[in-house]
Design a protein around this ligand. Sequence first.
Ligand code: MOS
Length: 691
Amino acid sequence: MTGSVGAPAERREGREKVSGTARYAAEYHVPGRAQAWPVPAAVARGRVTGVDTAAALTVPGVLAVLTHENAPRLREPDDATLAVLQDPRVPHRGWFVALVVAETLEAARAGAAAVRVAYDAEGHDVALTASHPGLYVPEEANAGAPGLREQGDPDGAFDSAAARVDVVYRVPPLHNHPMEPHASTARWEDGRLTVHTSSQGTNAVRAALAGLFGLPEERIVVTAEHVGGGFGSKGTPRPDVVLAAMAARQTGRPVTVSLPRRYLPAVVGHRAPTLHRLRLGADEDGHLSSLTHEVGTHTSRIKEFVEHAAVPARVMYAAPHRRTVHRVAALDVPSPSWMRAPGEAPGMYALESAMDELATELDMDPIELRVRNEPDVEPDSGLPFSSRHLVECLREGARRFGWAGRDPRPGTRREGPLLRGTGVAAATYPVMVGPSTAAARALPDGTYLVRVNATDIGTGARTVLAQVGADALGVPLERVRIEIGSSELPSAPLAGGSSGTASWGWAVHEACARLARRLAEHTGPLPEQGVEARADTTGTADAESERARHAFGAHFAEVAVDTVSGEVRVGRLLGVYAAGRVLNARTGRSQFVGGMTMGLGMALTEGSTMDAAFGDFTESDLASYHVPVHADVGEIEAHWLDEDDPWLNPMGSKGIGEIGIVGTAAAIGNAVHHATGVRFRELPLTPDRVL
Ligand code: MOS
């Protein structure tokens, strides 16, 4: 071991990024490249009865207008959101009904404005309510989670509980809005397709394109060298990559499709709204006897996607009687999809807010309440935890935050117009790992080349994989080069589910350890092409090690609520995590802080409104959908425990990309209650609600 892992190594592509030389998907200026601009549907449900392209085709520079009548035919995809321009059906407003290809972006945009689309509109239903007649319990919510789980008699136990909380929370639709909008550049040459795309994983993009265009995967190359964020919205292929490939085939030119930001909410997925009802029943000492978390949410007409927000309640607290259930209604809305900590972020907001309400009801410290309900095994499955240090996170956080001596009375700390308060919430996120491959080569010049189709979506994947490789080889970090971001490299899973580093790192570790063994046996100088070793890891520990694997954390927030303006200011956020081994202290901290910042946005500023009349999201750009800016963010601290979990992977890491968002909104909401004495149960906590 050379001790690279854990060190705060600087991100390798940092200079390229800050100097503007890092190349993103829309920045491949290949000769003859054309640009395209899509046309979104202007009705929420119905059929296209005609597309008049005559005016668009007279715009100087316009090369072609693709519609469902003339676009290349695709094979039916597994993911119905990719079947663009194949039929006249409009499943939701914003669905693309045409694509204008032109010499320049300006011409494409002008052409798109000149396209006239006629519709046969039908009545639409986009309004989710807790009593919507279309709600049903799905067999499975996302991530393979059962739609319903029930143990004991949760209703009876609740009715006879000494302390009870029966509350309803609401989380609005949320949008991913990565800094780099979804974009793809595609070109065809001799029946081969090359695509540069903004994606969290190019192997899945290649597979989807192979299916859609009926091509063997060997004839497709997909790269994602740099990606300006994704937060789940780039976890699966999106229409931009399909449209770029179709347009390039149709026009015989390389084509870039860079989606205008205002079109993103309708076509790249969103976090579906969730309606929560929580019923917590406890004895006088705060021990939960009954825990019920019911979630209502929406999906689209073309794809069942069920935000699994009742799932964390299956992990968090001991209670003998329990029910966790999802109900979903298929509405005429855009298809929801993955967004950072899907399930856990909204689910833990509701659960951890309700726990705070129960603590108030019991007149008990909210940390103590959680400690008393710490389970011995995972409550739903009965499996032992691989490691669980939630209590240690809460205690360590309390110490660092200065929780001791807190006056629990709400609404009593007034300074001029400000009311001050503090709050706490727990966080959890599952450990996910996928199969991966990697190759490692020792070269005669003393360097090592590690190749793996990982994707860096802003996390510093290159850097941390080099650290893992260097340690497995027993060489200094600077001797290890890393190649990632292309489907030509050894196959690897996506950067998603906080699983990237664990999955790729496992294969990198294995390939490098194998190479080190091979080199130890090698005598004489290395051949010119070097010596290579490969690894193919399954991402699963041996069968006997069945454990419930989750990361845990504790979030603390300090807020000031302005009683004149209704504004909530978060002066301080503090998180303590138990997430296995943190492999790079610098990039790891950035991920925690990034997640907490996104949680702050979820708490205070981010929210989307489904307009019932138009069937569309009202907040479609960054002028109306408010992500936190520097001025919104006070002091943020992220700490972690040195958690040694032998049930994970050779690095001992759990995954850290998502847990930072999970408990943040609840901690802030709980602090707002502590400040004001008022319990707000709908996010975001904007001045109009708080005042
Ligand atoms: Mo993340 S929402 O699992 O890409």
